[in-house]
Design a protein around this ligand. Structure first.
Ligand code: DON
Length: 304
C-alpha cells in the first residue's frame, strides 16, 4: 500500500476545507490556532510510520485523552466500570447536562465529559495522583518521555469551564463521584490539556490495533478483549452526536477532541491520527473527518 501517495492526495483534497470549520470557542487558549494547520500520521503495528503536513507539531489532544483514561480505568477496575457508566451513544452534545439529570447521574458513556469525569474519579480512588499516573502511562504508550501537559491550556479551561464544573458537582450530588469534584475536575482538565503530535498519538494508540499489546516489545497494556471493547466504544460513542455519520463515512473506531485531532484505529493493521483545528457543529474536526473518509476510501481498508 502506497500510504505516502495516498496521504499526499488527501492533503491536496482537504485543503479547501481547512477554513470551513469553526475553531473551538470553549477554551480561550485554543482560539488563536491557525485553521490552516493540517497533519496526518499512520503508524502500522509492524513499525512503519507515514506522515504528512504538520504531523509532528504538538496540539491539544483534549477529549482524545478519554481513550487513555478509560484504558487505565479498565486496567484498574475491569467490568466494574459499567456499574457507574453506560455504554450507549448519547445523541447529545459532549458537555450536555440534561441527560445526566434524567438518567440519575449515570453518564451514557465514558467519552462524553460526564463519563470521563467518573473515569477520572476511579483513577484517583486507585492511584491518588491521576495527573502523574496518566502522564506516566502516556510516556509508556508513546515510548516518548517528553510529552507533557500544557498548563496554559489547563488554566484557561479551569477559568472558563463552568459546564464541566456543573457536571462534576452534579455527579457528586448523585453519589457518582467518590472524590472531591474540584480534584476530579482538576485532573480531568489536565488530561485534556496533553500536548501531543499526530505521530505521537498514532504511536501511543497502537496497542488498540495490536490486541492490547505494545507492538515494539509485546508488553500487554490490556487484554485483547478489552482492546476490542474500547474500539467498539470508539466506534459507537467516540465522535458524539455525529457518531452515526462518522461511522458511515469513515468506518473505523475513532475518538475526536476539540483541539481538532481525531485518532482512529484499524485493528491488526494501524493507528491513524489527523489534526485540523476547524470543527463541525458536533465538535469533530471538519477536514479531519473528510481526510479519514478519504483514507478508508482510497486504501479500501476499514473495519467494514
Ligand atoms: O471538557 C471539555 O469540554 C474539553 N476539555 C474537551 C472536549 C472535547 O474535546 C470534545 N471533543 N470533541
Amino acid at each position: 500500500m502506497n500510504y505516502t501517495a495516498i496521504l499526499e492526495d488527501i492533503y491536496h483534497q482537504v485543503k479547501p476545507l481547512l477554513t470551513q470549520g469553526q475553531i473551538t470557542d470553549t477554551i480561550p487558549e485554543l482560539a488563536h490556532i491557525s485553521p490552516l494547520k493540517f497533519g496526518m500520521a499512520v503508524q502500522t503495528i509492524d513499525g512503519s510510520l507515514f506522515q504528512i503536513g504538520d504531523a509532528a507539531e504538538k496540539f491539544s489532544i483534549q477529549s482524545i485523552s478519554k481513550v487513555f483514561a478509560l484504558t487505565m480505568a479498565m486496567q484498574l477496575e475491569g467490568d466494574n466500570i459499567w456499574t457507574r457508566i453506560g455504554r450507549e451513544p448519547s445523541g447529545t452534545a459532549f458537555n450536555s447536562l440534561v441527560q445526566l439529570e434524567y438518567e440519575n447521574g449515570i453518564p451514557r458513556n465514558p467519552f462524553i465529559n460526564a463519563g470521563a469525569l467518573v473515569v477520572t474519579d476511579m483513577i484517583i480512588s486507585h492511584l491518588g495522583d491521576a495527573r502523574r499516573s496518566l502522564l506516566d502511562f502516556i510516556h509508556k504508550l508513546s515510548d516518548e518521555q517528553g510529552i507533557d501537559y500544557d498548563h496554559d491550556v489547563a488554566h484557561s479551561e479551569r477559568e472558563t469551564g463552568f459546564r464541566n464544573a456543573a457536571l462534576a458537582n452534579f455527579l457528586k450530588s448523585f453519589g457518582n463521584l467518590n472524590n472531591a469534584p474540584a480534584d476530579v475536575l482538576g485532573a480531568y482538565i489536565h488530561h485534556c490539556s496533553l500536548s501531543m503530535s499526530c505521530v505521537e498519538l498514532a504511536r501511543s494508540s497502537t496497542y488498540l490495533a495490536n490486541g492490547g499489546k505494545l507492538p515494539w516489545n509485546d508488553e500487554t497494556i490490556i487484554a485483547a478483549n478489552q482492546a476490542k471493547y474500547i474500539n467498539s466504544l470508539m466506534l459507537t460513542c467516540g465522535t458524539y452526536d455525529s457518531v452515526g455519520d462518522f461511522a458511515y463515512r469513515v468506518g473505523l473506531p475513532a475518538k475526536s477532541g476539540v483541539g481538532g485531532g481525531i485518532l482512529a484505529v484499524m485493528p491488526n493493521e494501524f493507528s491513524v491520527c489527523v489534526w485540523s483545528p476547524g470543527l463541525n457543529p458536533s465538535g469533530n474536526s471538519l477536514a479531519g473527518t473528510k481526510a479519514l473518509e478519504l483514507f478508508t476510501t482510497l486504501t479500501g481498508i476499514s473495519v467494514f
